[in-house]
Design a protein around this ligand. Structure first.
Ligand SMILES: Nc1nc2c(c(=O)[nH]1)N[C@H]1C(S)=C(S)[C@@H](COP(=O)(O)OP(=O)(O)OC[C@H]3O[C@@H](n4cnc5c(=O)[nH]c(N)nc54)[C@H](O)[C@@H]3O)O[C@H]1N2
Ligand SMILES: Nc1nc2c(c(=O)[nH]1)N[C@H]1C(S)=C(S)[C@@H](COP(=O)(O)OP(=O)(O)OC[C@H]3O[C@@H](n4cnc5c(=O)[nH]c(N)nc54)[C@H](O)[C@@H]3O)O[C@H]1N2
Ligand code: SF4
Ligand SMILES: [Mo]
Length: 883
């Protein structure tokens, strides 16, 4: 049987067709009818069924370390909330939510907190993600509304990507850009990012700007536009306010192009080209993401780029808009229900009228009266002991919030930490007094809103394992146990959705752009069959609306859009003599955030297996570091150890590290341990993209590669990282001290001394141990980093017994084949085979596709194929010339 649903990963919000058999999802494919993806899926979407097994799921509720029945868990949660309410007041209770909750979960959580417990300390991980865009939209448009739609990609003539590595993080949108360029090669693409990312494969121009300098760039552009003839003066006059002041301040900030070139570190000629293209191209689409938002001047960055669109009237028109790419599947839904602490509900703020309106609608006994703590403030308040009960849902703050030490301390200090979580092993879960097992993708039922305001259904296709329950049900049960039967007696998410839709239209009178009242009368059946639709959906727009503001009407009191005067500000954390490297953090293609899901699919580790750091070749040389060495980053807050990747894509003096690794997968892989958490003063969003660190080689005395049968926790010092394999688990290890005895080390860490071992003349040692006849573990120890491909050894773990010949070969083989990176995860095609094919004459992506099938699955690796082609063809030419 096949059923349509929506992908739970990124904000592109692709439609997924799931194939079901025997209460299991056995395969997934792209939904050919869904307007976000028309049948395509990236590697994360196409491996979804591999992450739905029941191992490693949280299966039972636990209170204070004891498994309990649900009724006791609900009793424990409600009594601790009641106790805190009575003794410390509503301000002592907080929730920390997530853009990965469904709208229905989010709605009831917000309602319980802000309407019934009277606490506005409800914030979400969207604070780390979209808050600067929300604030920028509100300042410019009067509401948090995304003007454009995905179709604009096909209609634009100039596509600018600012602080977005869409090739990896919004792959299906990137593929739409790619297809547009193939169809209309005259379309120009500009990428603005300090790094030359995979996204640059499509770039006609890459501006490798100095981190944090986006406002300088867009201020310079605004000044340029103001005397270029590209201004849309009638639009400025009739539909905006504040133009003159914004230009005057921008001019003061950036008096001439040379200043812009100095501040952004972009060559004058490239600035010229960019400004020229922008000036001449009415159909300009500016896609932006975390390089813009995660900054201490994130809101100003957003407004500085919106200013350029307002000045040219390029807003809400076909192919032309500023367009924020949302990260999480339901980042938008959270913004719609009011999941942020400074919003009330349904795009309403904490004004007295709005508070009364929502109170009437909810028939709420105890309304919160003012905005609550934003994420980082919230954890600071917990650390000060002000918050006694914290309920965390669908987020892993110990890993994702900056200042890991503060977050750890706060979680320890809090009297009662409740964690609703789908997985059994996450860093945050270890601090939970109460663990509540939640259903997750494939099991839960509700709606999500993607980057283009499109609401789609995520469907409950299979039963949740163990005792796991839906988040909205758990919240409603707690509400009822607290005596709020009337507001929370929902029996199906369709009822929650209908109420949310009705609130969006309640006393709206066209004042709030978020209005989905047209969906407030859906029956359960209609809700189940709801087709993806873009809000608003009301009497005026019964079938939704593609673009907003095309009529020049904005949601500000005057109905006009606002220019916001912005000034360049340096990041709060800058390199110094002590911490000389500028840190940058972000995502990789095949992992999702804190890896609780993607970390279970072995093939998603083929692209990047370990925490790493990308270094400019000269910086590497300066520290005498080679590819595959281990290096350590540190500052006054913490340290990070990762594998060196030398990359000319980095600017000199800047290091990039991934945000994903954590205590479940590596010893010192917390990226946020190095970040201080300075926040944007308007949005409260932390500066997650900039830090300052010292760099040194990690002085390893030995390196090891361990393959072990069971999913094991090893208690290790030094560097370690865990890599799931098909039949075993691989650990890569290193330490600065030699153990006194390896036999003893094996006994202590691996539970048994080796059954056999050999030592080679090059100082390597190979050892193995058996559990009866079955291979238990294999260990390779070496004085230098190990680059051995473990696949053939991993295969041996699937055998019930090894033959004497197999044992012998295993022990006496030299290092296995040189490990080579897998580029195409769908078809498991390695870098080595791609290089060989190029050498044999495959000089286009198409010929590689034909020969090796790489790039023919989800297509996420095509940018890397192109860059390998470019690199290899240059090498071949040099070789030819020197012959
Ligand atoms: N594979 C994968 N995809 C994902 C996710 C994932 O975890 N994995 N997460 C999803 C989520 S929640 C989000 S929010 C999105 C994020 O999607 P992106 O925003 O594309 O992701 P990042 O890699 O965090 O950052 C983007 C780029 O910002 C650049 N940058 C850093 N500083 C600056 C600066 O000062 N100016 C400019 N212009 N650029 C800068 C970085 O070099 C980086 O390449 O991805 C979504 N998609
Ligand atoms: N340094 C640095 N830090 C960053 C970023 C960065 O670029 N750099 N990016 C930031 C951004 S944009 C984001 S969005 C955050 C993401 O950071 P997090 O939100 O902390 O990351 P996730 O791993 O997605 O956490 C989701 C958790 O919910 C669980 N879960 C999954 N489904 C369900 C469900 O249905 N119900 C419940 N209750 N639980 C569920 C998962 O197992 C997982 O533990 O990280 C932020 N932190
Ligand atoms: S682009 Fe990939 S991760 Fe994002 S929604 Fe689509 S399939 Fe899922
Ligand atoms: Mo995000």
């Amino acid at each position: 049987m096949k059923q349509n649903t929506t992908c739970p990963y990124c904000g592109v919000g692709c439609g997924v067709t799931a194939e079901l058999s025997d209460q299991r999802i056995i395969a997934v494919s792209g939904d050919s009818q869904h307007p976000a993806n028309f049948g395509r899926l990236c590697i994360k979407g196409s491996t979804l069924h591999e992450t739905t097994q029941t191992e490693q799921r949280l299966l039972l509720p636990r209170v204070d370390g004891q498994n309990v029945h649900w009724s006791d868990a609900i009793k424990a949660v409600s009594s601790r909330i009641r106790h805190s309410l009575e003794n410390h007041g509503p301000g002592s209770i907080a929730m920390y939510l997530s853009g990965q909750l469904l709208t229905e979960d989010y709605y009831v959580a917000n309602k319980l907190m802000k309407g019934f417990l009277g606490s506005s300390h409800v914030d979400t991980n969207s604070r780390l993600c979209m808050a600067s865009t929300v604030a920028g939209h509100k300042r410019a448009f009067g509401s948090d509304s995304v003007p454009g739609c995905y179709e604009d990609i096909e209609l634009a003539d100039l596509i600018i990507l600012v602080g977005s590595n869409a090739a990896w993080n919004h792959p299906i949108l990137f593929q739409r850009i790619q297809a547009t360029k193939i169809q209309r090669p005259q379309v120009k693409v500009v990428v603005i990012d300090p790094r030359a990312t995979a996204t640059c494969e499509l770039a006609d121009l890459h501006l490798a700007i100095k981190p944090g300098s986006d406002v300088a760039l867009f201020n310079a552009l605004l000044v340029h536009l103001s005397h270029s003839g590209a201004l849309d003066q009638p639009f400025i006059d009739q539909h905006t306010e504040g133009f003159k002041r914004a230009v005057a301040i921008a001019h003061q900030d950036i008096p001439d192009l040379k200043t812009a070139a100095t501040l952004t570190d972009v060559p004058l000629a490239d600035l010229d080209t960019f400004f020229d293209w922008f000036t001449k191209t009415p159909r300009t689409l500016t896609l932006f993401s975390q390089g813009v938002n995660q900054s201490s001047s994130g809101t100003d960055k957003v407004n500085s780029l919106i200013n350029c669109h307002l000045a040219t009237g390029r807003i809400g028109k076909p192919g032309s808009s500023p367009f924020s790419l949302t990260g999480q599947p339901n980042a938008m839904g959270g913004r719609e229900v009011g999941g942020l602490a400074n919003q009330l509900a349904a795009h309403m703020e904490f004004s007295p009228e709005a508070i009364n309106r929502v109170q009437d609608f909810w028939n709420a006994p105890s309304m919160a009266q003012q905005p609550g703590h934003k994420a980082l403030d919230l954890f600071q308040a917990i650390d000060r002991g002000e918050i006694k009960v914290l309920w965390i849902m669908a987020t892993n703050p110990l890993v994702s919030l900056p200042n890991t030490a503060l977050i750890r301390r706060a979680l320890k200090r809090c009297d009662c930490v409740i964690v609703s979580e789908a997985m059994s092993e996450t860093d945050t879960l270890t601090f939970a007094d109460i663990q509540l097992p939640s259903s997750t993708w494939g099991e839960k039922n509700g709606t999500v809103t993607n980057s283009e305001r499109r609401i789609s259904r995520q469907k409950g296709l299979i039963k949740a394992p163990g005792e796991a329950r839906h988040d909205w049900e758990i919240i409603c049960d707690v509400a009822k146990a607290l005596g709020f039967e009337e507001g929370f007696n929902f029996t199906h998410p369709a009822q929650v959705f209908a109420e949310h839709a009705a609130l969006s239209g309640f006393e709206n009178h066209g004042q709030r752009s978020f209005d989905i009242s047209g969906l407030s009368h859906l029956s359960q059946q209609e809700y189940d069959q709801l087709q993806p639709v873009q809000w608003p959906i009301n009497q005026q727009f019964p079938y939704g609306r593609k673009r907003l503001f095309d009529d020049g009407q904005f949601s500000t009191p005057s109905g006009r859009a606002q220019f916001i005067a912005t000034e360049t500000k340096a990041p709060k954390t800058l390199p110094s003599a002590q911490w000389p490297y500028q840190l940058n953090t972000g995502r990789i293609r095949d992992q999702w955030h804190t890896m609780t899901r993607t970390g279970r699919a072995a093939r998603l580790f083929n692209h990047r297996a370990e925490p790493f750091l990308d270094l400019h070749p000269e910086d590497a040389k300066h520290h005498n570091l080679y590819d595959q060495d281990l290096a350590e980053l540190s500052n006054h807050q913490g340290r990070y150890i990762g594998r060196v990747r030398i990359s000319a894509a980095q600017r000199k003096g800047e290091v990039f590290i991934p945000m994903h690794w954590n205590q479940q997968f590596s010893g010192d892989g917390y990226c946020n341990a190095l970040l201080e958490g300075f926040c944007d003063p308007v949005s409260g969003q932390p500066e997650s993209k900039q830090g300052a660190v010292a760099l040194r080689a990690y002085p390893a005395q030995w390196h090891a590669q361990l393959l072990i049968k069971d999913h094991t926790e090893l208690s290790l010092r030094g560097y370690w990282t865990k890599i799931p394999m098909r039949h075993s688990t691989q650990f890569l290890l290193a330490d600065t001290e030699q153990p006194n005895s390896w036999m003893e080390w094996c006994r202590q860490h691996l539970g048994q001394a080796p059954d056999s071992w050999v030592q080679t003349s090059s100082g390597e040692m190979r050892a193995m141990a058996f559990d009866q006849d079955r291979l238990h573990w294999v260990l390779l120890i070496s004085p230098s980093p190990i680059q051995s491909d473990p696949t053939s050894v991993d295969m041996l773990f699937s055998k019930p017994a090894l033959t004497p010949a197999q044992r012998n070969r295993l022990l006496n083989s030299q290092q296995g084949a040189q490990a080579t990176q897998i580029i195409c995860s769908c078809h498991q095609v390695t870098e080595a085979s791609i290089k060989a094919a190029i050498e044999k004459g495959c000089h286009t992506v198409d010929s590689l596709k034909e020969k090796l099938a790489c790039g023919t699955g989800c297509g996420s690796c095509i940018p890397e194929l192109s860059s390998l082609l470019a690199e290899e063809i240059v090498t071949l030419k040099i070789e030819e010339q020197s012959v």
